[in-house]
Write a protein that binds this ligand. Structure first.
Ligand code: T1G
Length: 695
């Protein structure tokens, strides 16, 4: 074994030279890794004792991409292009041996090899678009040549990971290896030499591009079909342009075009914001006062109390992770209804071809329904998802504390109530935690985990690890009214309600926030979620919201009643402005003596967003959130804040904290109201010319 450098080694194993990368955690293509691979390949080419080469990685995965931490720094030789060109030009076949996740530059490196083998558990993909980029080392040129333009367009603009068996069917992987990967790759290398198989240079293959050339509307059709999905993002369009170049230009020129389009994105604000969220998501998983080696509780089974919309969605997350669930309802009728909704959800996914019937049956086989709370006595974690009422929750937690085994975690899905108070009725407050899922619970990625004053480190560490296992992105916060997400949302809602009283049209407020990048505006969102949900919460707190209350008193709960802030034709989700609501607004404005006036889009946007940023600063002052970036993760994954704007605090840094501070003061002067007083932390940042990222 020869060490090429401290990250890459070369060893001749019989007649095959093996280049091994060993650069934890994910063998990212740092400068050292690139130099090491280049040196290893050159050593193998020069080694007369070998007739083929294998490129493999030690540790958990094949190369998982370029080293994102190097972005923004001056490029250093050798470039990935040089490494790939050297492999492709090799006179000896180079075989990539893939395990784990060969992603981005990792897959591009493998595509520069003549052949690729993988274990069945491996996955491959080009997820650069999720970082606001495009595959910048030939991926947009080589992938279409292997799988065809239509599939390449889907894979590159979605960034999805492709399991090795499917990649094998697509021709991306030449052979699936059973057993030891390196041994299998060496055997494969020997086989292709013995058979005299050609040195397959993907860059020379053009058959698949010819097929695309016969379909002139291919790209226009793809753009049209995905316009909504790509709305606001810059990277998908550049991905499409790079693939178009593959079809229309010779390889060298197309590669140069890919580079141009890549550098354009790399320099842009969107890529920086998306990479910021990539690291913020991972940073959020680290809790400063919970050591990384805290022992975890083994969660082998779960209980869910309540089979309503939330309980059913929560249960699905566990079923899909292979964790058996006992779901409890108060009546057989409610239980049957809840389980039927779960079944219908899966059936719909099977019908769309996104789930096999076999997998669905497997999930459903893990689900047990009961009307007896005793059914969760042996569960390792029980999540309560019942009516949002403190007395009812306290009653259930008192019973669960008596029923559940020692060491079981008792979690509540409450979105507003005080979890310290809920835990206080149990003998195990250190085993009580908030697990705030977002509706639909089986879809939304965010899991806002809420620690009480007594939640133990083991319970927190267990629930953070559990979140990943059930496919969620966890952020740990502390107890306050609305925790982090809903507390900030309340500020946006308050302003939205004031804006429509003061003269803004409902559809204008929704349009401004939709154009900012949210999936929909606050009023359309209310109609979708059901205006009665927040109405009940307001009633529970004795809080009034004149317009919102008025429409609910008319039974206008939203889409489910074909009328809310908007009206809806039967079986349609298209919001239609409704004069009835306009009249309600004008009546309330008159009763409150509000003088209505035209309101600009700029004022709508600032009044909806800036109070949220001010509240974020308060949340940080109070220690409710650990980091500003944690707040951004919550808003991107829980409320659809456009990821290409990085989240509320990163957006504040982009606009400039001082500008926001000055606008808050201006609104306080023109509109009045304590809600416009900048919080001390925001004032401090503004006056010191600092940003949230400096915290
Ligand atoms: N660069 C640097 N660090 C990375 C990294 C990367 N590409 N990927 C992961 N890490 C770190 C991560 O920050 C964490 O660090 C640790 O590794 C474990 O990651 C030229 C330009 C591979 C599926 O987009 O999707 O190639 O917090 O917690 O859940 O065209 O990491 O421990 O200090 O996520 O098991 C394209 C990004 C790059 C893949 C593993 N590649 N990574 O998931 O572990 S751009 C990607 C992932 C590119 C080329 C272009 C995941 C993973 P720490 P983790 P995981």
């Amino acid at each position: 074994m020869t060490a090429i450098n401290d990250l890459v080694s070369y060893e001749a194993k019989g007649t095959v030279g093996v280049v091994t990368v060993n650069s934890p955690p994910v063998n990212a293509l740092s400068q050292g890794v690139r130099a090491g691979i280049l040196g290893g390949i050159q050593a193998g080419i020069a080694d007369d004792s070998v007739s083929a080469l294998v490129l493999t990685c030690a540790g958990r995965t094949f190369i998982a991409g370029a080293d994102i931490t190097e972005f923004g720094k001056p490029p250093r030789e050798p470039s990935l292009k040089e490494v790939i060109d050297t492999m492709e030009a090799s006179t000896k076949p180079v075989v990539a041996a893939i395990h784990g996740t060969a992603l981005g530059g990792g897959l591009e490196t493998a595509l520069g090899c003549h052949y690729r083998v993988a274990v069945a558990s491996a996955k491959v993909g080009l997820p650069e678009v999720k970082l606001g980029l495009l595959p910048g080392a030939g991926g947009t040129q080589r992938l279409p040549r292997v799988v065809g333009v239509p599939i390449a367009l889907d894979l590159i603009t979605s960034g999805e990971h492709v399991p090795a068996p499917k990649a094998h069917k697509l021709g991306l992987i030449d052979e699936l290896i059973d057993g030891d990967l390196v041994a299998g790759a060496i055997a494969f290398a020997k086989k292709i030499v013995a058979e005299g198989r050609p040195l397959v240079k993907i860059s020379d293959q053009n058959e698949k591009l010819e097929e695309a050339r016969k379909n002139p509307s291919l790209f226009a059709d793809f753009r049209k079909a995905n316009a909504r999905r790509f709305r606001g993002f810059e990277a998908p369009e550049n991905c499409i342009k790079a693939i178009e170049a593959a079809v229309n230009l010779p390889f060298p020129q197309a590669l140069a075009r890919e580079r141009e389009l890549f550098l354009e994105l790399l320099a842009g604000e969107q890529a920086k914001a998306q990479q910021y969220i990539f690291f913020a998501e991972r940073q959020a998983a680290k809790i400063p006062d919970v050591p990384a080696d805290t022992p975890l509780i083994d969660i082998k089974s779960a209980g869910v109390i309540g089979a309503g919309t939330m309980g059913g969605g929560i249960a699905m997350n566990f079923l899909q992770a292979g964790i058996p669930v006992t779901i409890v309802e108060t009546s057989q009728e409610a239980l049957d209804r809840g389980i039927d909704i779960i079944r219908k959800n899966y059936t719909a996914t099977v019908a769309k071809g996104r789930l096999t019937q076999e997998k669905m049956d497997g999930y459903m086989s893990l689900l047990t329904g009961t009307t007896n709370l005793e059914g969760v006595r042996d569960a390792d974690i029980v999540i309560e998802a019942i009516f949002e009422n403190m007395d009812v929750k306290k009653e259930v937690f008192t019973k669960l504390d008596r029923i559940c085994k020692q060491g079981a975690i008792l979690a509540t899905n409450t979105s507003t109530l005080d979890i310290d108070e809920i835990g206080s009725v149990t003998s195990r407050p250190d085993y009580v935690i908030g697990l705030h899922f977002f509706s639909p619970a089986n879809v939304m990625k965010l899991l806002e985990e809420v620690r009480t004053k007594k939640t133990s480190a083991t319970v927190m560490a267990t629930c953070m690890a559990l979140a990943k296992k059930i496919g969620k992105i966890p952020v740990m916060v502390r107890v306050c009214d609305g925790f982090v997400g809903n507390r900030m949302l309340a500020k946006r809602t308050e302003q939205a309600q004031k804006l429509i009283l003061e003269g803004a049209k409902i559809e204008d407020v929704d349009r401004v926030l939709y154009d900012f990048g949210f999936p929909m505006g606050p009023f359309a969102m209310g109609d979708l979620a059901g205006n009665d949900v927040s109405w009940r919460i307001r009633q529970g707190k004795g809080v009034k919201s004149p317009v919102a209350d008025a429409i609910c008193e008319l039974g206008r709960f939203g889409q489910k009643t074909n009328a809310g802030y908007y009206r809806y034709e039967a079986r349609s989700r298209t919001p239609i402005p409704d004069p009835v609501v306009e009249e309600i607004i004008e009546k309330v404005a008159k009763e409150q003596g509000v003088t209505r006036r035209p309101i600009t889009d700029e004022e709508i946007l600032k009044r909806c967003i800036y109070p949220m940023i001010n509240e974020a600063a308060k949340i940080l002052e109070e220690g409710i959130a650990t980091r500003a970036s944690d707040i951004d993760v919550i808003w991107v994954y829980g409320y659809g804040w456009p990821v290409y704007r990085g989240g509320p605090t990163r957006y504040a840094d982009y606009i400039g904290v001082e500008k926001i501070y000055n606008d808050l003061l201006r609104f306080k002067e023109t509109l009045g109201g304590e809600e416009w007083t900048p919080t001390p932390l925001l004032e401090k940042l503004a006056k010191e010319g600092k940003s949230f990222k400096d915290l």
